[in-house]
Design a protein around this ligand. Structure first.
Ligand code: HPA
Length: 264
């Protein structure tokens, strides 16, 4: 099949191959699937319900491929709330994945490190998240009956793949904020106080929706910078993309080993 196809052709291929795992690749990480054998790719703009991305470093295409012998669906690039999209549109890729029969979702993002050891160039597997995305999010911190959407066995498989490849994976709690601007020093102090180890502008909403739809979920943060106020000078998106590019190869090898281990 040629790499660029119509959405209808992609759907036929998805029905034939039946991928069960999907990836959403974020900032500067859209090419993580370079080693995947492509079976078809459609720009987000051609997918009903999705629209093109506007953020540099986010390509915006839906791809089907075979990676480490496993059929996979890849959302290369993502939509963000700070681009002006409502949450329902931001999470539309997850709903679409559910409609296409996906039962395992792995999400990547770029994040600022809050905890001391989370320096640029670190990979962090999420153990939990805080959704700091509504004006009253802090009221919900005390609610105890929210399930943790991160699957412990997927996390263990990621760690095992990392050990085989000598790739160290930190673990921690990720806070999703809305952006568009990076945080203030005071906001980072508040997030640290609430239990956040890293901060970014995606992932928690996607993972919560996926979990609600019955998917097993895992997520990995590429720590691209120290969070605001924890290093000298302001944070630049270019710097975030530069470190993400350096981490891409390591993360791609990790995901390939994870797939090869029969995680799905
Ligand atoms: N804050 C929010 N989002 C981010 C950061 C950050 O420091 N780094 C990468 N994405």
């Amino acid at each position: 099949m040629p790499e660029h196809v119509s959405y209808a052709t992609l759907l036929d291929a998805v029905r034939a191959r039946r991928p069960r795992i999907a990836f959403i690749f974020g900032s500067g990480l859209g090419n993580l699937d370079e080693r995947m054998r492509p079976l078809g790719s459609v720009p987000f703009l051609d997918v009903p319900g999705l629209c093109g991305t506007t953020v540099p470093g986010h390509k915006g295409s839906l791809r089907l491929g075979e990676w480490a012998g496993v059929p996979v669906l890849v959302f290369s690039g993502r939509l963000h709330y700070y681009e002006g999209h409502p949450w329902r549109r931001v999470t539309q890729p997850v709903h679409l994945a559910g409609d296409l029969g996906i039962d395992t979702l792995v999400v990547t993002n770029a994040a600022g490190g809050i905890r001391e050891d989370l320096v640029p160039g670190t990979l962090m597997v999420l153990t939990a998240h805080l959704e700091c995305t509504t004006p009253e999010w802090w009221r919900e911190l005390s609610s105890r009956n929210k399930p943790n959407p991160y699957d412990a066995s997927l996390r263990a498989r990621l760690q095992a793949a990392g050990q085989r490849l000598d790739i160290v994976l930190a673990e921690g709690v990720y806070a999703q904020v809305t952006g568009p601007s990076y945080e203030t020093r005071a906001e980072i102090r508040a997030l640290r106080h609430c239990g956040a180890d890293a901060v970014g502008m995606s992932t928690a909403q996607e993972v919560r929706v996926a979990h609600d739809l019955g998917m097993r979920c895992a997520a990995i943060s590429c720590i691209t910078n120290r969070a605001a106020g924890l290093s000298h000078g302001p944070i630049h998106h270019g710097e975030v993309l530069g470190i993400a590019a350096q981490l891409r190869e390591r993360l791609a090898r990790l995901l390939e080993a994870f797939l090869a281990s029969g995680a799905v």
